[in-house]
Ligand binder design. Structure first.
Ligand code: AQP
Length: 342
């Protein structure tokens, strides 16, 4: 019987801070659900993290913490490839090549660049601007079929598809065109105090985010203080960003639908609702936190996962070296020129 080849998944997360409930519900939780059906590469994208200023010692710790959290949510290093982006030089090499196939007009439209440039006005560097090109290289390097991301990354996925299509159009079928995989729930978790802006790990206001490693009392307190809307109804709607966000969080943690949750809290006050949301988050995160603490004690195991991940991902990179891609481009150029004369 022919064994059907599994489709390939690539996704990554920046070690730019302690990960949030948004990162967990929008990305990590989906990753664990996909690992049996797909061939998955889960990367710690440390080179992306340096597009904003980082303290090297902290960055190194955050990268290791992130790896531990990948494992703690249940991503199995035997089934998946878990690795640091900076351990595989082809990411940067392919990033450079793809820069030459990306237009500034396209990069000018990227909303994440605009947001981050506004946030880091003293350090609007070229890396921040070309961040989506490095992300395209991350994905295209492994002939990826699917990229599970939160809603905020959809635009970067689109530009990846455009760059790959452009390259293929000039040099023949080279890169697989990837699709975004965006979960139905938890795809966009918003800030607790400013629910029209997304929850982000680099947010300086700690009351805006729930961290994966926040203690239960801290979680309960942050949810209780979350911004709510006028009126007293527990209802999902554009006019109720605060309550809608809490409903999304509740549903993503409990597996209930919005309609079920609205029915459950029909007539309940904001206080009782917030307590239920906080408890649902605590119940979701507590087992992960426990596992993180266990894993942290096992330094040798973590070192081994990092080492094996670097070897495995380097082997799986579709382009053994960027020389070979340039060689292919030269070959196609020659064929192109020949075809003019034939
Ligand atoms: N609020 C969110 N809701 C749902 N999904 C989210 N993701 C991020 N924030 C939310 C998803 O998490 C994955 C990892 O993202 P990243 O670390 O590569 O960068 P990011 O999207 O820029 O995440 P942050 O938390 O906002 O980081 P900083 O503050 O450093 O910029 C992605 O799949 C993302 O969609």
């Amino acid at each position: 019987m022919k064994v059907e080849e599994k489709k390939r998944i690539f996704s990554g997360m920046q070690p730019s801070g302690m990960i949030t409930l948004g990162n967990y519900l929008g990305a990590l939780k989906n990753w664990t659900n996909l690992q049996d059906d797909y061939d998955c590469l889960y990367c710690i994208v440390d080179m992306h993290a340096i597009t904003v200023r980082q303290d090297p010692v902290k960055l190194r710790k955050q990268a290791r913490d992130l790896l531990t959290q990948y494992l703690a949510v249940g991503i199995d290093p035997e089934k998946n490839t878990i690795y640091y982006q900076s351990h595989v030089s082809q990411h940067a090499e392919l990033g450079w090549i793809l820069n030459c196939f990306t237009y500034m007009g396209e990069l000018n439209r990227m909303t994440q660049f605009k947001d981050k440039a506004a946030k880091h006005a003293d350090n609007i560097n070229a890396g921040l601007y070309t961040y989506p090109v490095l992300m395209a290289a991350d994905i295209l390097l492994y002939q990826t079929d699917l990229v599970p991301v939160g809603e905020d990354q959809r635009q970067h996925l689109e530009i990846t598809r455009d760059i790959a299509g452009r390259f293929n159009g000039i040099y023949g079928e080279t890169f697989k065109i990837p699709e975004a995989y965006i979960g139905k729930v938890g795809a966009r978790i918003m800030s607790l105090q400013e629910p029209t802006k997304k929850m982000s790990k680099s947010d300086e206001n700690k009351n805006n985010t729930i961290l994966l490693m926040d203690e239960p009392a801290v979680i309960m307190n942050k949810v209780k203080r979350a911004m709510t809307d006028s009126g007293s109804e527990i209802r999902h709607g554009e006019d109720k960003p605060g309550i809608s966000n809490l409903l999304n969080i509740y549903c993503a943690c409990t597996g209930k639908t919005i309609a079920e949750a609205e029915k459950e809290f029909d007539g309940a006050g904001y206080g009782a609702f917030k307590t239920a949301v906080g408890e649902a988050v605590v119940a979701e995160l507590e087992p992960v936190q426990k596992r993180v603490k266990e894993l942290e004690k096992n330094k040798d195991y973590l070192d081994e996962v990092i080492k094996n991940g670097a070897d495995k991902s380097t082997e799986e990179s579709w382009i053994p070296s960027c020389d070979s891609l340039i060689e292919k481009m030269e070959m196609d150029e020659v064929l192109c020129i020949l075809s003019i004369f034939l």
